[in-house]
Write a protein that binds this ligand. Structure first.
Ligand code: DGJ
Length: 755
């Protein structure tokens, strides 16, 4: 890994064994993007990669009597284009100025290359543990007229095909400026021969994969909901049309941010594709006085020539090792049971203990008490904001219950929703001005709640005091941090008019700050983020909470699509996934407990039901499931994921496999939504195995008991080239492999062991 500056043609080359990222300083000092992709040899003379020419109707360079019509910023691939000076496309930076102008012209001044990677104050960022793991390039550009500096940060890691980028704007003019847009990264690609992949959906249907060819103009994903949203995930990928899960080129753009964002691909008339990703400019305006600076969130760009799964594996490795922090990064996550779908708001100490003790009996490690334990929270009309125990429900307090649960030999976890308030709450009665809204106007409610004005430090401080009091008083090992609505009517009574454009971002900064304080004070606590399921399931959150509740949809078959899509960026160790009751509470679908477990195994495994309501057989099955997943979860959490069959296509099947780093063990899942009679034969081509080795292949129908397939060991090459047979007797063939009539909503787990 290295970052080289070639003085002769003023080019930068950032490279490691897999990728190169090249930048040039043009003859007039602008910063041009040369290349991002598979590793190039390092040499002088890379600047020829920049094609440029004057274009009809494109503004040509003119300065101090020098006219150069062949040089137009509108025709040059740029690193961080700013508004108004020759480039007529959508840019990365917009700055409002005292005279009303937004025109800028940033030119190269200097650069710095150093070992390691800086942290970004108050923001999530990937990190190094030793300086030798990464190198950083900081390029300073200046607009002399505006007396403003733009510092672009690039870090490249030794071991990951990734570049972390962000930007900082420093104001040196006594007149001050207002940052109206500042992307985290911009990448101009020389052609548009890509398809854009996005993760989109809605509440309880998050992260479905959509892939469409690029076309001229802008295609984008975004959030203006105050959180990163369940509608679009803050991520996009560009794939060559021929790229599949296992081969071909893929470029990933992931934003480490949990608030409003915009990520877009803009194809211009020359087929140049400009990708920008960063804070959404709508509702954003950050004034800077002389001496102040603004740091953007970080974006992580990944290149893979091993298809989409290759890109995902790069994100998984980087994010699980160098974004997730603290004790829980390196420890197996506890198997938890959450009471939400068992009791909803109907919490009593007796019910909690009944559930917890049965859960303990079945082998669960952690009991989590969800919404309903505090204030007057008997329903969703009241109580949010009052984070002290409801003694009618828990006469001995949280501590009393937590101690009893702990005495059972399990850990205890608790639910909070710190950013919200109900009108019917002591907090609201005491501080009606702490709600986000314009004074004198009403504000919409969702789930009967308002959003607290987290841009205010006193609000954050109050929540910190309340939460820290509970967490310091009782043996709490886990916190589920929920956020059940989007932000609307975003206005803060605490700030003057010219600061209103800072409120969205300040809210997120204070969420991060509160996490940071609690993290520092309670380093052993495992945080799970949640936002009515996956409305804030993003890379930014992973820095504070190593796992997130992927979706409020706990139906096993729906979860296949949701987890399949979420795994495009996020490691399986971060996807909260639980076995819930059947019929399912969201869809009334009936599935076997084996099918439910098969989906939930491929995440951070847990339960969301009342185990006392289960049959003796299901209870016995749960005992086995916990034993089973503890034996194999290291392959799922530390191994390599290969997605094999896409659930969104019409054949109604899905499959994936996790392979241990040394390829000696693997665990695969195959799902079939509907069984058809005399159906086409089916097989799944596995991936990631050692082609030269033979594997013992076992299959678990009941999610636990592996039965070796009848034909003995199979070659890794056969499994990857021909495939693993999944047809059954109803399909018209029976190899004696699978039992007859397995039916709809089938899940099979396969275990592979290298001989
Ligand atoms: C939404 C979450 O996603 C659920 O799991 C549960 O915690 C409820 N909120 C509680 O209100």
């Amino acid at each position: 890994m290295a970052i080289q500056f070639h003085e002769s043609d003023r080019t930068f080359h950032l490279y490691n064994d897999s990728v190169s990222y090249c930048i040039a300083v043009t003859k007039y000092g602008h910063l041009a993007g040369l290349y991002f992709g598979k590793r190039l040899r390092d040499r002088d003379g890379l600047s020829h990669l920049l094609e440029y020419s004057g274009g009809n109707q494109s503004p040509g360079f003119y300065e101090d009597g020098v006219e150069d019509p062949s040089y137009s910023l509108n025709e040059i691939r740029q690193e961080y284009p700013s508004f108004g000076h020759g480039d007529l496309r959508q840019g990365a930076l917009v700055i409002g100025q005292k005279d009303g102008s937004r025109i800028m012209d940033f030119r190269y001044v200097t650069h710095r290359i150093y070992d390691g990677k800086p942290q970004l104050a108050g923001l999530p960022a990937v990190y190094t543990e030793e300086d030798g793991e990464a190198q950083t390039l900081e390029i300073t550009l200046r607009d002399e007229w505006l007396q403003t500096d733009l510092i672009l940060l690039y870090s490249i890691f030794n071991d990951y095909p990734a570049i972390a980028r962000s930007a900082r704007i420093e104001c040196h003019t006594p007149e001050g400026i207002t940052v109206l847009q500042a992307a985290s990264a911009c990448l101009d690609l020389p052609d548009s021969g890509y398809e854009m992949l996005e993760l989109a959906g809605g509440w309880a249907r998050e992260c479905h994969m959509y892939r469409n060819p690029l076309r001229p103009g802008i295609q984008s994903v975004y959030s203006r909901r105050g959180n990163s949203s369940s509608q679009f995930n803050p991520f996009l990928a560009l794939l060559r049309p021929e790229a599949t899960e296992t081969c071909g080129e893929a470029l990933g753009f992931s934003l480490l941010y949990s608030g409003n964002y915009l990520a877009q691909a803009d194809v211009d008339y020359r087929d140049v594709t400009r990708v920008t990703i960063g804070i959404h400019p709508d509702g954003f305006a950050w004034p800077l006085a002389e001496g102040q600076s603004f740091q953007t969130p970080e974006a992580v760009l990944v290149y893979s020539d091993e298809g989409l799964s290759g890109m995902s594996r790069a994100y998984h490795r980087l994010y699980s090792r160098r974004l997730v922090r603290g004790y829980w990064r390196d420890h197996e996550r506890p198997i938890l049971l959450n009471n939400w779908e068992a009791t909803y708001f109907g919490i009593t100490e007796e019910k909690m203990l009944n559930i917890a003790s049965k859960a303990r009996d079945l082998g669960v490690d952690l009991f989590v008490m969800d919404d309903g334990w505090f204030g007057t929270r008997n329903h969703d009309h009241a109580g949010l904001g009052d984070w002290y125990v409801n003694r009618d429900k828990l006469p001995q307090g949280v501590r009393g219950l937590a101690e009893k649960v702990t005495a059972l030999g399990m850990k205890f976890g608790l639910w909070f929703e710190p950013e919200m308030v109900n009108e019917d709450s002591d907090l609201y009665r005491a501080h009606p001005d702490w709600v986000l809204r314009t004074p004198g106007r009403s504000a919409s409610k969702t789930r009967h709640q308002w959003v607290l004005d987290f841009s205010r430090d006193d609000v954050m401080e109050n929540l910190y005091q309340q939460m820290s009091a509970i967490l310091g008083d009782a043996p709490v090992s886990y916190v589920k941090w929920d956020m059940n609505r989007s932000m609307s009517e975003v206005y803060s009574a605490a700030y003057p008019p010219e600061q209103q454009g800072t409120v969205y971002h300040r809210c997120i900064l204070n969420v991060y700050a509160l996490y940071e304080r609690l993290h520092a004070e309670f380093p052993h606590i495992l945080f799970e983020s949640c936002a009515g399921g996956g409305a804030r399931f993003d890379a930014g959150m992973l820095y504070y909470a190593p796992q997130g509740w992927t979706s409020d949809d706990t139906d096993a078959m729906e979860r296949v699509s949701i987890q399949y899509g979420a795994s495009v960026v996020y490691p399986l160790s971060s996807l909260g996934a639980h076995v819930s009751a059947s019929p399912n509470h969201q869809l009334s679908r009936v599935t076997s407990i084996a099918t439910r477990a098969a989906t939930a195994y491929f995440g951070t495994f847990g339960y969301e039901l009342d185990p006392n309501q289960l049959s003796a057989e299901d209870q016995a099955e749960i005992r086995e499931q916990i034993r089973f997943i503890k034996q194999y979860r290291h392959i799922i959490h530390q191994g390599d994921l290969y997605r094999l069959e896409n659930p969104y296509e019409n054949n109604g099947e899905a499959a994936w496999i996790c392979v241990s780093p040394d390829r000696s063990q693997a665990i695969a899942a195959y799902f079939r939504f509907r069984q058809h009679i005399t159906a086409p034969l089916s097989r799944i081509r596995l991936a990631g195995l050692d082609p030269d080795a033979d594997y013992k292949v076992s299959y678990c129908r009941n999610s636990t008991e592996p039965v070796e397939l009848p034909f003995g060991p199979v070659g890794g090459d056969e499994l990857m080239q021909y495939g693993l047979i999944t047809s059954d007797s109803r399909s018209g063939i029976h190899n004696g492999i699978y039992p007859d009539r397995e039916g709809d909503y089938l899940a099979r787990i396969y275990l592979l062991e290298k001989l």
